[in-house]
Design a binder for this molecule. Structure first.
Ligand SMILES: C[S@@+](CC[C@H](N)C(=O)[O-])C[C@H]1O[C@@H](n2cnc3c(N)ncnc32)[C@H](O)[C@@H]1O
Length: 383
């Protein structure tokens, strides 16, 4: 079925919203203000999922996507928008989630801080590998087929170089059954997991706000280093005191600066490689007042003997915090909470529980760590 629609705005998840014949239409890769002929791919209740057949009248916010893989590659979904329009869409996505999912009556004003580089910014990636098809790149949009990518326009130049080296490696050198490769760049090189051929799981470092972080491709590190200083500054605010929890702490991005301000810090992280680095990063910084526990935050709350806590910082993966975790935080009654999130929808779901438990939102800030995609990093401070 083909329909003609006008795109009203961008929704959480990155699709354009339109209406036709009493139905809601979600259009992928659209720009607000586009007049489009769209093909309906599938129907779910009152919602039609559609793709663009023809741009009848382009939105003034639309630009020609510069990447030749755009549309097929599942990596980017905002290249059709000017960078300013991307930032506006991200602010609307956050507001939409806070109103509809968190059910906040009023959302405090906030800005989405732009990334200084909106191309060639990524210092971490996962490259999918399909040995049979001889393809290396990213999953295609909405599928598990690998889009073979020669040049990825959002990779930092050093990672792009490594992509070319990996692509030039003979297929017989790839480990049997290798499905994907994690790569991350630091100040002193690039790390790969798993290791193969001449690609090593090297240990890297990066300095942020004077703190030195060591890590490798087996542990999480943020994708876009250029906004980490303002992200840390906003997440910590002027917090200080006796005790703090840093939940989902990774290699200690927030743990180190927190350990400079609080007497006692507990970090909780499930990935043992990340915990090893977090401990080492604290040790190298001579911060003996922090300990890092290897556990899922859920398990830790189920078993952890926890005393009074002044401040909780949490930075969960996209799925957000488990119900047990939100309940555990609320039961501790910290004076302030800072929630760092890479998914506004799960953030809003969890904020609904925190506000129902009596916490109020003091301030919000967003950081565009992921240009050319609908993803955005949001920090909400509550007390
Ligand atoms: C978004 S990252 C944040 C890491 C760190 N705060 C940073 O900014 O570098 C989420 C972290 O949570 C960890 N993680 C995922 N699920 C977890 C769980 N259930 N319990 C504890 N840690 C978890 C991941 O290994 C990852 O290090």
């Amino acid at each position: 079925m083909v329909l003609e629609v006008e795109v009203e705005r961008i929704l959480p998840g990155g699709m354009g919203l339109a209406h036709a014949g009493g139905k809601t239409v979600f259009v992928s890769l659209a720009a607000p203000g586009d007049r489009l002929r769209v093909r309906v791919e599938r129907e779910q209740g009152n919602v039609l999922f559609a793709s663009i057949e023809e741009i009848v009248t382009p939105s003034p916010l639309r630009i020609e996507p510069p990447c030749p893989y755009f549309g097929r590659c599942g990596g980017c979904d905002f290249q059709q928008l000017t960078y300013e329009a991307q930032l506006i869409a991200k602010a609307e996505i956050i507001r939409d989630c806070l109103r509809r999912i968190a059910r906040l009556e009023s959302v405090p004003d906030f800005v989405v801080t732009p990334s200084p580089d909106n191309w060639r910014y990524r210092m971490r990636a996962m490259w999918q590998i399909d040995r049979e098809q001889r393809a290396i790149g990213y999953y295609e949009r909405g599928s598990r087929r690998v889009c073979d990518v020669v040049d990825c326009a959002v990779l930092r130049p050093a990672l792009q170089e490594k992509l070319e080296e990996v692509r030039a490696t003979e297929w017989r050198q790839f480990p049997e059954g290798l499905k994907h490769l994690d790569v991350v760049q630091g100040e002193n090189g690039v790390s790969f997991a798993p290791e193969f051929a001449g690609f090593h799981t090297s240990e890297l470092s990066l300095t942020v706000r004077g703190e030195v972080y060591q890590f490798n491709a087996e542990a999480f590190f943020q994708i876009n280093p250029s906004l980490l200083e303002p992200l840390i500054d906003f997440a910590l605010g002027d917090a200080s005191g006796e005790s703090v929890l840093d939940l989902y702490c990774g290699v200690g991005l927030f743990t180190l600066p927190l350990a400079r301000r609080f007497k006692n810090v507990v970090g909780v992280e499930a990935n043992s490689a990340a915990v090893r680095f977090a401990r080492r990063n604290l040790h190298n910084a001579e911060l003996a007042n922090a300990r890092v526990i290897t556990a899922t935050v859920t398990d830790w709350f189920r078993t952890g003997p926890v005393g009074p806590v002044d401040f909780v910082l949490l930075d969960p993966p996209r799925a957000g915090a488990e119900s047990v975790v939100i309940k555990g935080i609320v039961d501790l009654r910290p004076g302030a909470i800072s929630y760092v999130s890479c998914d506004p929808a799960t953030l809003a779901r969890d904020l609904k529980k925190l506000t129902a438990a009596g916490y109020a939102i003091d301030s919000i800030a967003a950081f565009d760590l992921f240009p050319q995609t609908h993803h955005v990093e949001t920090v909400v401070r509550l007390s």
